[in-house]
Write a protein that binds this ligand. Structure first.
Ligand code: IPM
Ligand code: MN
Length: 369
């Protein structure tokens, strides 16, 4: 398969982690005879510094022409001042809006090998496997905004169509899983949530094999930590999905593991859920697995299931053998971002573990013998 991939490394740790995902995709292309071409473009704070805007026209055009976008991370504390009106985040939000990437899918899986890395109890999180469907192009993020020194507001608006399109995707996903869909809202207070409930309940009649439950965000925020296994597919609006998915990363053990796919009708983007983690830039401590797993979601999206599985096997192997960055590692203290990428790359070229020399990894030597 031929794929043109726009690579948007962004800011902070974005370039380091994205480089590992690209490395992994190149290894897949080589092993499976695909032709993947990569075109890099700027976004976020690095784009503001070069061009004055967080999402330059040239970046939009590169993404528009690509089959898929691989996004790193954006943000810089330099822009935290509330009176600043050009901010790196506008680059990411602009991409989502420009390409109408309305359906954001965030898998939350408690890996067996990482159960004791979570701050939560093993017995509570064991077996967790949740798919969060987060609406990504509307709601309070994109409603009318007003800001002055004495008053500010953000409007949360949803149309029926915006709810319908993601709801169908979420129901279909649930059909292929445990057939349970949890709609998360605040329908006891918000009018927009009441529309979500009405529309989603109507759509539920088209998926009689899926059990729908409608719950309030405050309750789900607690339930997700106490008993995450009760959830299968979670469907929710933009901001609730942002908050719940970051909360869910505690179950997995590190936010550096959570990948996502942002799907529109004509464009797709794959992005780790973490931010730019500016303080860690170029220290080699950033976990590249969220970016690598986002690349696996890219492969899945194009029907390259064996390829995606091989990437995930490589990730599983890295986790099993403690080939992980310091956020997860208590065994070795010198496994860098690049070493994790190298290990997974080597695994793709040579998945037969008898030919892999795992003992060399912490010495910085090749894992292929
Ligand atoms: C995410 C991020 C973004 C969001 C920020 C960087 C704008 O937190 O992808 O979860 O809020 O959507
Ligand atoms: Mn977030």
């Amino acid at each position: 398969m031929k794929l043109n991939i726009a690579v948007l490394p962004g800011d902070g740790i974005g370039p380091e982690v994205t480089a590992q995902a690209v490395k992994v995709l190149k290894a897949i292309a080589m092993e499976f005879n695909h032709v993947f071409t990569f075109k890099t473009a700027i976004v976020g704070a690095s784009a503001i510094e070069k061009t004055g805007v967080p999402l330059p026209e040239e970046t939009i055009s590169t993404c528009d022409k690509a089959d898929a976008i691989l996004f790193g991370a954006i943000g810089n504390p330099k822009y935290d001042d509330p009176s600043v009106d050009v901010r790196p985040e506008q680059g990411l939000l602009g991409l989502r809006k420009t390409f109408d990437l309305h359906t954001n899918i965030r898998p939350v899986i408690a890996y067996e090998d990482l159960l004791n890395k979570s701050s939560l109890k093993v017995k509570q999180i064991k077996g967790t496997n949740i798919l969060i469907y987060r609406e990504l192009t509307s709601g309070i993020y994109f409603g009318d905004k007003h800001y002055s020194d004495t008053e500010a507001s953000d409007v949360c608006k949803y149309t029926r169509k915006e709810i319908e399109r993601i709801a169908h995707q979420a129901f279909k996903a649930a059909q292929g899983r445990k057939k349970k869909l949890t709609l998360v809202d605040k329908a006891n207070v918000l009018a927009s949530s009441r529309l979500w409930r009405k529309v989603v309940k109507e759509i539920a009649t088209e998926y009689p094999d899926v059990t729908l439950e409608c719950r309030y965000i405050d309750n789900v925020a607690m339930a997700l930590i106490i008993n995450p296994r009760q959830f299968d597919v979670i469907l929710t609006e933009n901001m609730f999905g942002d908050i719940l998915s970051e909360e869910a990363s505690v179950i997995v053990g590190s936010i550096g593991l959570l990948a996502s796919a942002s799907i529109g009708d004509n464009h797709v983007m794959f992005e780790p859920i973490h931010g730019a983690y500016t303080k860690a830039t170029n220290k080699g401590i950033a976990n590249p697995i969220a970016s690598i797993l986002s690349a696996a979601m890219l492969l899945d999206h194009f029907g390259l299931y064996d390829e995606a599985s091989l990437v995930r096997e490589g990730v599983d192997k890295a986790l099993k053998l403690h080939i992980t960055t310091p956020d997860l590692n208590t065994k070795y203290d010198n496994i860098s971002t690049t070493k994790v990428g190298d290990f997974i790359e080597d695994f793709i070229h040579n998945p037969d573990e008898t030919n892999l020399n795992f003992t060399n990894i912490h010495l910085g030597q090749s894992t292929i013998i």
